[in-house]
Design a protein around this ligand. Structure first.
Ligand SMILES: [Mn+2]
Length: 245
């Protein structure tokens, strides 16, 4: 059996990222895969990119990675861009969209938000046609295994972990390492099964929550001159999205 850790949405929060990586090291994990949003929202964009590049076997593209490495001039995006350096910007600009592999006889696909694009947001309570669309092959995903569509889809983007089973399919969200908006602990998932295995065997999708030093993360934010710091602090302390009505 193989174990793969899937992390996402670091958003420049180094205490949370270090806590998750230490937790992963303690378990016998073969590889780490990151589903994007390395920087933005939090105070340490460059450090987050450096750690992710060093620790992860595969890193996929998130919406913030496109915004920061592109033309978007939203204040937080500009600040992250200016604190990252050209070489790292070039790295996040060229991240792949999705990753396909077999595990224990199931076609697993991972991406940041949806097959329709990194800005196409799908929540656990989204309409059924949007949920079913998460299993589509698109121009973005390509077709790794001919006309087959995935049996298991894993994604990030919404900063809220969940799993749902239907029609012999599984969809799960790994939650966020650095900006969790479901509870205040860092989130990630471990997939366990036979990597590249085509025979149907047992497998596991395990959800892990890791405590980290939230007040240290807030201290680092205060020491930086990042914009929107009050909203960021409130999200780290409460796990509630700043825009929630
Ligand atoms: Mn994100």
């Amino acid at each position: 059996m193989n174990k793969i850790a899937i992390i996402s949405d670091i958003h420049g929060n180094i205490p949370a990222l270090n806590a998750v990586i230490n937790d992963i090291r303690k378990k016998k994990i073969d590889n780490i895969i990151c589903l994007g949003d390395l920087a933005g929202k939090g105070p340490n964009p460059a450090e987050a990119v450096d750690i992710i590049r060093r620790e992860c076997k595969e890193v996929l593209m998130g919406n913030w990675d496109i915004m920061i490495s592109g033309e978007n001039d939203y204040e937080m995006v500009k600040w992250a861009r200016e604190n990252m350096g050209e070489e790292r910007l070039d790295y996040i600009k060229n991240l792949p969209f999705s990753l396909d592999f077999y595990m224990s006889g199931r076609f697993v696909r991972l991406f940041h938000a949806s097959p329709q694009g990194v800005f196409h947001r799908v929540h656990r309570n989204s309409p059924l046609d949007m949920i079913l669309g998460m299993f589509d092959n698109t121009e973005n995903t390509g077709k790794a295994f001919g006309e087959q569509s995935p049996d298991i889809v894993g994604y990030g983007d919404i900063h809220g972990a969940y799993i749902s089973y239907f029609d012999n399919k599984i969809i799960f969200n790994v939650g966020s390492v650095g900006n969790p908006l479901d509870m205040t602990l860092a989130s990630y998932v471990i997939l366990e099964g036979e990597y590249n295995g085509r025979d149907k065997k047992g497998f596991q999708v395990n959800f892990i929550r890791v405590p980290y030093d939230v007040e240290l993360a807030i201290k680092l934010a205060k020491e930086s001159n990042m914009p929107e710091i009050d909203a960021y602090i409130q999200e780290l302390r409460t796990g509630i999205y700043r825009g929630r009505k």
